[in-house]
Design a protein. Structure first.
Lengths: 638, 318
């Protein structure tokens, strides 16, 4: 049965005559989305828009909206594919709350975003309207149902005949609408036309000239159509930064960071959302004397990296949750043999296969404690794309200095989101030292531990006089197998002391906001920007709240207990599961808490609370603000 | 000894002229059971290292877990005693980035054919220039008598007390079935001269050399090779100038088959036992690409890396 949409909900019929004067609204920031079926190129459209905006001097943050399949059934809510782009006059540190404007290639993709609460109440919706009058009655019905569901809000609909327009240039509009949409956005947001044309051309370097021309024509067509039919413009002023900037996603940053760190081997097995880092590395690594080895499985991947590190190179392996699980035994072997190794875990939703393409921070405890036996090692978490780049050098250095494993916890939000940040200035000092195969000094043993600090010099194959057999069995300084209590306890002590040594070298974390107050919010990883934005807004409301963001999770940064004691309440904000404390089923005894919360409680003996969610998308600052409001301790100042 | 080593090797001319003797390859006293075939294999390996004059510091033995995998501890060279089934990935990592090193992998039948089977198959494909020894005693020994993939059908064990349920896997046939198979041989611990000659051919082969060594376990599988040991008539030697040549065995083994190791089809036929156990080189082919050579990339100086990195960063400039 067809339900007639109430008259008020009917989309505006865009005027056929050119908009006489378009109203320009100037804003400090704006959030837009482009969504389509998979394969229709919404992502490409949004990526170009983001890059061009960054080039013009805007801060940007992009988030992929991505189904787990390559080409799922069309016109289905779960098939929505695209991007969110948030642009700002200043730096943009997270994806924001809701989209102010959305370009949807069909109403089902739009519906999905609506159902996920991704649209602002007054969002502007530019929608392909061919479905309203489609020959297939089922499609017309679906359109009507969607309009019904979308009713009752203050959305402003603008129907855009994308298909009809694109067909004037191409036979298959499915492959051209994205460029048309890019034209619309370029006009609405006043993007630099030449920069957009250049960016389009970048995608056609290896393709036929005619294909590029067709895409450029579609883009111009969209731009012209918007000029004639859309009566508003959005200006987000750009400020040219005073220093060179780059824009990239976290996986590209990790790949480039591994090069800057002087690593020469990445051993991996394909897994979402980590793989794109190795795609990029596979493209460029050999120029730098490095190689990507695609192993037969996750276990072999870390084994090859370990072998390479044993032979004197610091190698890394990159994976996601399920791969981390498979690599467990090798992680412990690297720790036991004190072989430097860097493992990057780009976290996704779990457990098991979970949410392959979506963000979560639930591998923390597995990364820390996943190895049976006592296996002390370093765990760190970059919070931004820039830190994804920088952390690889830090990780390699720590791995070598401590002869241990460093696990870097990134996540799907960092991996696929693009952010603008100051161009790194790599230095020769960041690179790994060339292999030194000098003879081993007389009497030096492979585990001549400094009894106080637990560190020992690294000997690599090829060094005369240094021959030893590394072993996962309990061993003494000479790497001779020993099962006696003194040998085993000494080994455990030495491997642990390295962590204490490293902890002493760390600075206490900085508190964002006042050093004392009613509430301290603690986060880690990709939530930094959203948390700080929420805290800023809460402070503007008069709430006494500060935040703290941890980069090192093992060992934990120093001074936490002292900092925590300066606040009435401490609460972690995380993208992992915890039981809802307002549900009467849970008590303080049976409630399962967030992973960082668990860790901090054990570490500081402070009654740390948590607010965590697992929505399969980044946290929104507005959501965190609400949690902060509701979590203010009793009697807190307003 | 190590003092002498260091002082000699610290000056280049001496190190090149250094002559290694068998004692240079001896390390900790082996802790295998008396009568274990691994002792003889270790001795043959050490003889081969001496014969080939491999500098201990340029040689790496990688193993997994199991009786056979204690091997690196007993050879004076660099070693990596890893985890069960995963010797091959570690060795791959070593050879891939340090092709200058001589890499030997020592696995047991559980290591290679069971828990590490994926790595076995794929290492044959990678075809790195290394030697992989599979010491096959047909049983899990270190964990005390469980059925292995190469246990003969019917052999009782602690996990299959009424006899091994499945027919055994044929490691030679399996290896010969994988793309890029490069060198496939079989020898037996009770014929040290044959082990030595086979290992030497394996080492000299350019590519991934897979050698299955039939190995007696006096504790759990004493009987599975006893008829072979006592009746040379059940053993057929594969002979060919390109194979293993051991003149001193000629008198003992009347059973011989002329087999050209270049003939893959014949190798596959001979690998399938028809009652006889065949020793020697089944297959040898040096035309397959060697992985560490295919993947070799020119090293870059720090300055070059930095310049290239800056160019790469420029691609992301906004």
């Amino acid at each position: 049965m067809r339900i007639a949409a109430p008259a008020a909900l009917l989309p505006d019929k865009a005027s056929e005559t050119p908009a006489a004067v378009a109203t320009v609204t100037t804003l400090p920031g704006h959030t837009l989305e482009v969504v389509s079926d998979s394969g229709e190129g919404a992502q490409r459209c949004a990526q170009i828009f983001g890059t061009v905006s960054a080039k013009m001097g805007n801060g940007i943050w992009t988030v992929e909206i991505i189904p787990a399949e390559i080409q799922p059934p069309p016109r289905h809510p779960t098939s929505a594919s695209g991007n969110r782009v948030r642009i700002g006059t200043g730096a943009v540190t997270n994806w924001g709350d809701a989209a102010d404007l959305i370009v949807a290639f069909n109403e089902q993709a739009l519906l999905q975003r609506f159902r996920l609460g991704a649209l602002a109440d007054d969002a502007i919706i530019l929608i392909e309207d061919m479905w309203a009058t489609h020959a297939d009655p089922q499609i017309r019905n679906a359109w009507d149902d969607a309009m019904e569901e979308l009713g009752g809000r203050s959305f402003r609909f603008i129907n855009v005949p994308m298909e009809e327009q694109c067909l004037t240039i191409v036979d298959n509009a499915r492959l051209g609408k994205n460029m048309f949409a890019l034209g619309l956005l370029t006009c609405i947001y006043g993007r630099d036309l030449d920069l957009v044309r250049d960016a389009i051309a970048q995608g056609f370097l290896k393709k036929a000239k005619s294909a590029l021309q067709t895409n450029l024509d579609l883009f111009e067509l969209g731009h012209r159509w918007a000029e004639q039919h859309i009566d508003f413009r959005i200006a987000v002023p750009a400020v040219k930064p005073d220093r060179a900037m780059v824009a990239m996603n976290g996986n590209q940053a990790i790949a480039l960071g591994s090069i800057a760190a002087g690593m020469e081997l990445c051993a991996m097995y394909p897994i979402t959302p980590a793989t794109s880092a190795s795609h990029y590395l596979s493209d460029v690594f050999e120029k730098f004397g490095g190689i990507v080895h695609q192993a037969e499985d996750e276990i072999a991947a870390i084994g090859v990296a370990l072998g390479s590190s044993f032979a004197g190179k610091v190698a890394f392996t990159i994976t996601s949750g399920p791969g981390l699980a498979l690599k467990t035994e090798f992680i412990a072997l690297a720790i036991m043999t004190e072989t430097p190794l860097v493992l990057v875990d780009v976290q996704r939703g779990g457990p098991s296969t979970g949410l392959p393409t979506k963000v979560e921070q639930s591998d923390l405890l597995a990364a820390l404690y996943g190895q049976p036996g006592d296996a002390p090692h370093v765990v760190m978490a970059p919070a931004t794309m820039e830190e994804c780049f920088l952390c690889m050098t830090t990780a390699r250095r720590i791995a070598e200095a401590l002869r241990t494993v460093v696990i870097v916890l990134s996540d799907a939000n960092l991996a696929s989101g693009v952010q603008r940040f100051p161009r790194p200035e790599p230095s020769e000092h960041w690179l790994a030292q060339p292999l030194d195969l000098a003879p081993v000094r007389d009497g030096l043993r492979p585990y001549d531990w400094d009894p106080q600090r637990g560190v020992s010099p690294r000997i690599v194959p090829g060094q005369p006089g240094g021959m030893f057999t590394a072993t996962g069995l309990s061993h003494d300084e000479a790497s001779h197998v020993g099962y006696t209590p003194d040998v085993h306890e000494r080994g455990c002590q030495m491997r642990s002391r390295k962590l204490a040594l490293f902890q002493q070298m760390l600075e206490p974390p900085a508190v964002n906001g006042d050093p004392t107050g009613d509430l301290l919010v603690v986060g880690w990883g990709s939530t930094l920007g959203a948390i700080e934005e929420a805290v800023e807004r809460a402070r503007q409301e008069g709430l006494s709240v500060s935040s703290l963001h941890l980069r090192f999770l093992s060992p934990l940064e120093p001074g936490l207990k002292e900092i925590f004691q300066r606040f009435g309440k401490v609460m972690t904000i995380e993208i992992n599961y915890s039981d809802d404390p307002t549900d009467p089923f849970f008590t303080s005894e049976n409630r399962r808490r967030g992973q960082l919360c668990w860790l901090l409680r054990a570490h500081t003996l402070v009654d740390v609370d948590c607010w965590t969610r697992v929505p399969g998308e980044p946290l929104r600052p507005g959501q965190i603000l609400q949690a902060i409001r509701e979590s203010m301790p009793q009697g807190g100042s307003r | 000894m190590s003092d002498l080593c260091c002082s000699l090797l610290s000056s280049t001319p001496d190190s090149e002229e250094r002559e290694w003797t068998i004692s240079d390859y001896e390390a900790a006293l082996a802790r295998w059971c008396p009568g274990c075939g691994d002792h003889a294999i270790l001795a043959a390996v050490q003889r081969m290292l001496e014969a080939e004059q491999l500098p201990p510091e340029q040689t790496v033995f990688v193993s997994g877990i199991g009786c056979a995998s204690r091997f690196p501890h007993y050879v004076r060279a660099y070693g990596f005693h890893g985890i069960h089934g995963r010797a091959l990935p570690i060795a791959t990592g070593v050879k891939l980035r340090r092709p200058d090193l001589n890499v030997f992998v020592v696995m047991g039948d559980g290591d290679c054919c069971s828990i590490g089977a994926a790595h076995w198959i794929h290492s044959i494909r990678y075809n790195l220039d290394m030697v992989a020894l599979m010491l096959d005693n047909g049983v899990y020994g270190l964990t005390k008598n469980q059925t292995s993939p190469t246990s003969p059908r019917g052999l009782p064990s602690n996990t299959q007390p009424r006899g091994a349920i499945l027919p055994p896997l044929n490691p030679i046939s399996a290896t010969l079935g994988v793309a890029n198979a490069s060198f496939v041989a079989q020898t037996a611990d009770w014929l040290p001269a044959h082990v030595f000659a086979t290992l030497r051919e394996a080492f000299r082969h350019h590519g991934f050399a897979f050698v299955r060594v039939l190995q007696r376990c006096p504790k759990y599988t004493e009987n599975i090779f006893s008829t072979l040991v006592h009746d040379p008539g059940l053993v057929e030697l594969m002979v060919h100038p390109d194979g293993v040549v051991v003149p001193e065995l000629d008198r003992m083994f009347k059973n011989k088959v002329q087999h050209d190791p270049a003939d893959l089809d014949a190798a596959r036929r001979l690998a399938v036992s028809d009652g006889n156990v065949r020793l020697g080189v089944f297959y040898r082919n040096e035309t397959h690409p060697v992985y560490e050579e295919t993947r070799a990339v020119p090293a870059r100086s720090a300055g070059e890396k930095l310049a290239l990195l800056n160019t790469e960063l420029d691609r992301y400039a906004v």
